[in-house]
Design a protein around this ligand. Structure first.
Ligand SMILES: Nc1ncnc2c1ncn2[C@@H]1O[C@H](COP(=O)(O)OP(=O)(O)OP(=O)(O)O)[C@@H](O)[C@H]1O
Ligand SMILES: [Mg+2]
Length: 649
């Protein structure tokens, strides 16, 4: 060893003083490095490092914060092994700046003399041939002893350095041990290499943990993980949010203490098989949260070593179902067409009703727009973003009404879905339920509906458990519900509960001025849908529409327009495309008029009806307008059997 070191020293002197490099004791990498130093003009008698100013150093330390954080404990571990043997352990960044240092006091003092301190640049160009500079340049472990160093001040020492890479293989720094040359040993390089390797592994592990952690916390499904005793050890952010708890609150508590009916947990322990889409209610403190959950066992050779539970809030699942099932309201108030002042008033009161959260009963003949109003009310309410679930009470088979409205528990009746089923009230949670043809609701279901309206709780068929729902009820009927109450077909308490606000839509014949505007709106919609087929109404066509009495109301008008539109070949929609019932009915009246054989009775009746329509069913006004006494008008109304109510708006 002594011989070699002297030979090396001689070679160094030959090279630095005379530029001759002939000795074969100099390793090729070292010889290359000496040449680099020479051409960079490094002073062989120098070797003190240039140190960054405070700000620049702070910046470097910040940039390499992560590396230092991970490397420091590993450097400490190494130091504990070599303490007292005169070594200093340093960490550099990828450019060769020292960013961390641990070592024995004595050697630290020596190191300070040549500026071997944080912030010093330790490349070959800066301080001559050294292990750090070479390891970084060549990207491989390097050990140097004594005169292999280019600068004489370093030749009392030995240094061993190994590069450090990130998980992508990019060079990010170097770990180095420097000591007195007498302590030089090949094992030192082994220690440094092992240290650099641990730093790399630790970095990769932290990185993959970061990825898993981000994924774990960025999913909006709740995730709970237990240990083998089924005590909770981990919950993601979504789980904490859904359950309304803090991580510390659940640590090490048994999972079964959080779940209301934990059959799924019991089942998985015996079957060791995952369970999907189970209904699972979590109870934490005062809060109870209904979810749809998956349970997966973590298995090892001895059985279950833990449980992973992933879950979504039921209301989130329902929202999804609603989206797919189309439980949405399409119409808004702007879609309701009217010029008639009474109709405008009705629209105005519906608008006012929409911003309250009261139940509304919408009455009106068939085809007057009850569903249109219900949708508009929902869309203008604070529940607009929630579901709008329409249920036609007349179309539900009597024995299924209850389960349709309130759902059923698994196995509630033969033919029931195995998993149980939410009812329309659950699906409408957070939104509006529209109970159409409410007059047809079977009398035996009525008390159940009343209870829901009273306490906002439902219980599924076959279940004793009650669920809280937040639903606004809009109901509609074309029946006279008051009369149904009198006839004992409808419960009066339910009637009052539903009828908090009443919207009565007048029949079309009582607002004939709306016929023309509605017809034009329907036509322009058709023209828009068929831009290549623009059509117009003939003057007589519209006149005829305005003389018809529209028993089917707006729906009938809409159908008539659509039919005529599609039957018309040309541009002009003429009266020949009116349906027979309209044209024949009107023709009969016309011919009677022409033949002048209209009995006075008919003229009188029509005159009274027209006046009632104009006065909105006000009998006194009608009498006044016709210049008749009160008694006479009452008599005549009775005589012609006129339903005055149908003219009221
Ligand atoms: N004022 C209006 N403006 C525009 N369209 C209307 C108006 N009234 C009704 N309609 C349209 O007429 C059709 C029938 O309306 P809707 O279905 O709301 O009536 P309804 O009262 O619920 O009838 P039913 O009692 O037969 O169920 C719908 O296509 C609706 O859009
Ligand atoms: Mg309807």
């Amino acid at each position: 060893m002594k011989d070699t070191s002297e030979l090396i020293k001689k070679a160094w002197t030959d090279f630095t003083e005379h530029g001759i490099l002939e000795s074969d004791v100099i390793k090729k990498d070292v010889a290359d490095s000496w040449k680099i130093c020479k051409s960079a003009g490094v002073d062989p008698l120098g070797g003190a490092g240039a140190v960054l100013d405070k700000t620049a150093l702070k910046k470097r330390l910040k940039e390499n914060e992560n590396l230092i954080k991970i490397a420091h404990p590993i450097m400490e571990q190494i130091y504990n092994q070599v303490r007292g043997s005169g070594f200093v352990i340093v960490l550099t960044d990828k450019d060769g700046y020292l960013i961390d240092r641990i070592g024995d006091e004595g050697i630290m003092g020596e190191a300070r003399k040549m500026n071997f301190v944080e912030g010093a640049l330790w490349t070959e160009n800066a301080v001559g041939t050294n292990a750090i500079g070479m390891a970084l340049r060549l990207d491989k472990p390097i050990q140097l002893v004594g005169a292999e160093h280019y600068c004489i001040t370093h030749q009392t020492g030995t240094c061993s350095a190994a590069p450090i890479h990130d998980e992508n293989g990019q060079l990010i720094g170097c770990l180095n041990m420097t000591g007195l040359k007498e302590a030089a040993h090949p094992h030192t390089l082994g220690i440094v290499l092992a240290g650099a390797y641990s730093i790399e592994k630790q970095l990769a592990l932290i990185r993959s943990n970061q990825i898993i952690d981000t994924a774990f916390n960025s999913i909006n499904e709740g995730i709970l993980i237990t240990d083998s005793k089924l005590n909770l050890i981990l919950a993601n952010k979504a789980a904490l949010k859904i359950l309304g708890i803090e991580q510390e609150q659940i640590f090490h508590i048994p999972i079964v203490s959080l779940i209301q009916n934990h059959e799924s947990v019991d089942e998985i322990i015996t079957s060791l098989k995952p369970i999907f889409d189970a209904e699972c209610t979590f109870c934490t403190g005062s809060k109870s949260v209904r979810t749809t959950a998956n349970f997966a066992p973590i298995l090892d050779t001895s059985g279950i070593s833990g449980l992973v539970i992933t879950f979504k809030e039921e209301k989130y699942v329902h929202r999804f179902v609603n989206k797919i099932a189309g439980y949405r309201a399409n119409y808004v108030f702007e879609d309701i067409v009217a010029v008639n002042p009474n109709m405008k008033k009705v629209i105005e009161s519906a608008r006012k009703a929409s911003i309250t959260d009261c139940n509304v009963l919408i009455t009106g003949e068939s085809g007057t727009g009850k569903e249109l109003f219900a949708q508009a009310i929902h869309n203008n309410s604070k529940r607009a973003k929630g579901p709008f679930v329409a249920v036609n009470c007349a179309s539900l088979p009597k024995d299924l009404v209850e389960s349709e409205l309130f759902g059923y528990e698994k196995g509630a009746f033969t033919g029931a879905n195995k998993e149980g089923h939410p009812g329309k009230f659950e699906l409408a949670d957070g939104g509006t339920i529209f109970l159409d043809e409410i007059g047809e609701l079977p009398i035996e279901i009525q008390p159940k509906l009343l209870r829901v309206l009273d306490n906002h709780k439902i219980s599924r068929v076959g279940s004793t458990h009650e669920r809280q729902v937040n639903v606004r009820v809009l109901a509609a009927t074309n029946k006279n519900l008051r009369k149904e109450v009198d006839n004992k077909n409808f419960r009066d308490d339910l009637y009052y509960r539903l009828n908090v606000i009443n919207i009565t839509i007048p029949p079309l014949r009582n607002r004939m001025e709306d016929v023309r505007v509605l017809a034009n709106v329907f036509l322009s919609r058709l023209n828009k849908a068929n831009p290549e087929n623009h059509k117009e109404f003939d003057k007589d066509f519209i006149t005829k529409l305005e003389r018809y009495h529209w028993p089917g109301n707006v729906r009938e008008l809409q159908n008539v327009i659509e039919r005529a539109y599609y039957l018309t070949d040309g541009r002009l929609i003429t009266e020949e495309y009116l349906p027979e019932n309209i044209s024949i009915g009107l023709k009969n009246e016309d011919s009677k008029l022409k033949d002048n054989i209209i009995p006075l009775k008919i003229i009188e009746e029509r005159s009274i009806k027209n006046t009632l329509a104009a006065s909105g069913g006000d009998i006194l006004k009608t009498a006044e307008m016709l210049n008749l006494s009160r008694a006479t008008i009452y008599r005549k109304i009775k005589k012609y059997n006129i339903d005055v109510n149908s003219y009221k708006n």
